[in-house]
Design a protein. Structure first.
Length: 210
């Protein structure tokens, strides 16, 4: 249900990006995780639901790398994107062998995005659209979305409710409605997700003496 791309506000470790036009934001779309083969290919960890659209030849990304990296301050441009045994793999301009690929491992890829642009998928939202929304159950605000976590099985809305952070599975059965305009998500959580069930804190009674 989420477009999986993360706005820059959600990654405090990322150094500030400069030159981002007004009205646009930086979205995290992938991370380079492993050199593949001898010709500069690199396996990707994807943070986007549309990798084939994001990683088209000529697509250019801003890199998050250490200051000591030879790629610091340089863009990275896709030369070719393909799937190998269900793994996303890309070739980039200027990365022609394994040694060059190794210099980019753990780099995070960011792209400029119109802050008002919506994802093209039905029932899909960018993380930055969800963060800050009120969480409403039975017409009562029970918390606020503070971030979105992406796990292999499903996405999770991390909801701040009082002093607690609650992981809410981002599935239709539990989050039936997202209303960006109204600034809220409607939840129908199972019992115990937002409150302790009766008896949770009770201590077992001592057995009666015979």
């Amino acid at each position: 249900m989420t477009a999986a791309e993360s706005a820059d506000e959600q990654n405090d470790a990322r150094p500030p990006m400069t030159g981002v036009p007004e009205g646009r934001t930086q979205l995290r779309v992938g991370r380079l995780v492993k050199a593949h083969g001898l010709k500069g290919a690199i396996k990707l960890e994807l943070y986007t639901d549309d990798p084939d659209g994001r990683f088209v030849p000529g697509a250019t990304f801003t890199l998050q790398v250490p200051d000591s990296s030879p790629w610091h301050g340089k863009p990275l441009t896709v030369r070719e994107f393909r799937w190998m045994n269900s793994h996303a793999v890309a070739f980039f301009d200027g990365v022609d062998d394994r040694d060059a690929a190794e210099e980019l491992i753990r780099a995070i890829l960011w792209v400029d995005q119109d802050a008002a642009e919506a994802p093209t998928e039905d029932d899909a939202w960018y993380d930055h659209q969800l963060v800050g929304l009120d969480v409403v159950r039975d017409d009562v605000v029970v918390g606020r979305v503070v971030r979105v976590d992406h796990f292999p099985a499903q996405d999770m809305l991390i909801v701040r409710s009082g002093d607690a952070e609650i992981l809410v599975p981002f599935v239709k059965a539990i989050v039936p409605e997202v209303d960006i305009t109204a600034g809220r998500v409607i939840v129908t959580p199972p019992p115990g997700l937002f409150e302790d069930l009766p008896g949770d804190d009770e201590q077992p009674e001592a057995a009666e003496e015979v």
